[in-house]
Write a protein that binds this ligand. Sequence first.
Ligand code: FUC
Length: 791
Amino acid sequence: MKTTRRRVLEGSAALLAVPLMPAAAAEPAGLTLHYEKPAAEWTDALPVGNGRLGAMVFGGVASERIQINEATLWGGGPHDYVAPDAGKHLAELRRLIFAGQIEAAEQLTAQMMGAPPVLLPYQPFCDLWLTFEDAGETDDYARTLALDDATVAIAYRRGGVRFRRDVFVSYPDKALVVRLTADRRGKHNFSIGLSSPQPEAASEVTADDTLQLQGQIQARENPPGSWIASWNSQGLRYAAVLKVKVDGGSVKRDGARLSVRNADAVTILLGGATGFVTFRDVGADALARAAEFAGAAALKPYNRLKRAHLADFRALFHRVQLQLGPHRPSHKTTDVRIRDFKTADDPELAALYYQFGRYLLISSSRPGGQPANLQGIWNQDLVPAWGSKMTTNINLEMNYWLADSGALWETQETLWNLIGDLQVTGAETARANYGAGGWVLHHNTDLWRATTPVDGAWGMWPMGGVWLANQMWDHYRYSRDDAFLRARAYPAMKGAVRFVLDTLVEAPQGLHFAGRLVTNPSTSPENAYLLNGRRAGLTYAASMDLEMIAALFDAFAEASALLDTDGDLREQVLKAKDRLPPLQIGSRGQLQEWIEDYPETEPEHRHVSHLWALYPGQGISLRGTPELAAAAKRSLELRGDGGTGWAKAWKVALWARLGDGDHAHRLLKGLISDSTLPNMFDVCPPFQIDGNFGGAAAISEMLLQSDDGEIALLPALPGAWSEGRVQGLRARGGVKVDMEWRDRRLTSAMLVSGADHPEEVRNGGKRVKLDLVANTPVRLDANLRPRSRKA
Ligand code: FUC
């Protein structure tokens, strides 16, 4: 590479600003994941991301692998899944279900699936390789992910030289950044390559400091049983452009790679893009986009990139601070702390797990990107587990449970956009499959916004839209953002209401709750019951449907009144609500999952769908509906404390809602010790990110709960967290909450509301009624007595 005057100046400026001497392995702090070895497997590697680009950093000494994803790189192409004849079978399906002929009904669903009846997968993008020249013995190795820097750092001594490598993905500068420094000049000697697991991807050197990789998703036959469709034409184009800047030394082409010689420090910038514009338009110029991102980042000195990255990331991340237990620096590596969490007294690891959830959400879901899928944005497999799709019968929703309470509302922008698209495709499915208005979503979707039933009879679950519409309303309850309600939530809620009203049917004579309005077809996600000795999944009016529909109807009534619109529809909704069957308590004292008290085929089934109204819904609560809460508790006991990672996370939150912090904590131990990988990723198994997000949401539910007009401080504090403090958690009503506690008792709290409104605050048996005034902090003492501002 030609050493231009500009580059020399920029290089020396960087030398002045960043000392060449890399910091020794940082003292492991409360917000750092810390390891003493490079990653041997993908699930040891550490994630970074900006919502569009995700990367897994391995931290090798002889060679570094950084595995990279781009959020819009999926299999297939724009596609309409609607099977035009699916609706013809609806009447017969309903008849069979009401007649108890479930086996025949389940067979019939094969005629009602989407075309094709499985969806398309999220795809890996490319790998960046750094191959280092042998430079002698290595010691003093440390690999860290400092959450509040959103940076993976690798530090070691090799041949007597201290090296350091920092990797982050910048949201403001739209690029992956790798910075290599050393404590001696001229010591960086390595080559740089790009590859991709995608067939026919081509990598080439286009200048002495530039590499690029380009390709197009190829037609593919996927293995049966992979829950992934095959596709028979080329799909999305993708491109990565990489630029290298050296301080001292040189960089030049070396075959298909770039070679860095004798550099003092090196900065590598990578931009990545696909042709994706919308789910119906994939015509963007991927290469031009990638080149623009890398080129623009390369014009900025490293320090500016780093400063912009930190400012951007910290503006979100620092909104919530959490300390559990006394601060005791741990010198164990994070994988050991995870393994030992079950038996060790390590409350700070729970706080780290909480903040890691927030870290992952900021890194995988930012405006302009896609919602976090089953793996967030991190996936190395061509055939990922469950296609790494967006599964909507629990997983996608769970991904966002922590967003509002954890003050990360912007991360939901991608979800609101997805729901906007699903209203378009879901209207077609509602019409074709059900002859209904409004919009419908079943249990899975992908980049192409599938809304049809897929996968099998358990896919005949038309409630995905109802769940998501409820989630939008809940965001309104947290944010009190009227513009959001009017422009985004309300249309989605109204469309979901329309679909439900058009599909509720009267239960026929002779059946339980004859004459009431019920859903049919219906299923309690993925669970099955025994009917005449046979396994059956389909039914009418599964409890979850009734809970979510009742919540949606209430929300719609409130929203339409607030917006002063749709009075007639509101009347209709309230009348329909009165005609829904009630929730029932079964023979074992449990909350009944189905319309009849059927025996279950798998009593410890991972899904706890019928407890939706306890969490994330709020239709069941200890004080509001004590009998149903007791039945929900019985259901939880019968289900047991096992399950997938996400199932445990959900149960932590459910026990928190029941006010049992110690039981919640016992489950959290299981989640962290038994369902968490060395890099702190959740396992389903395999890796699935929902448990990370659900676990974080559940931790905040242990500390703070809120309903309209009521905030509970420390409602489910376990003995293991006898002291701590939290700042910046959010309660419904737009209230920011800080708290401190000691000996498991609240010592002080501070509330700041975004708007004037009354609020009742509760802690244990104590209560206080407050008239909150916008932006005026209210400090409460241990007895919830407001303290004067001066005190
Ligand atoms: C649902 C769950 C599985 C898994 C899959 C992605 O089907 O029942 O456990 O999480 O989604």
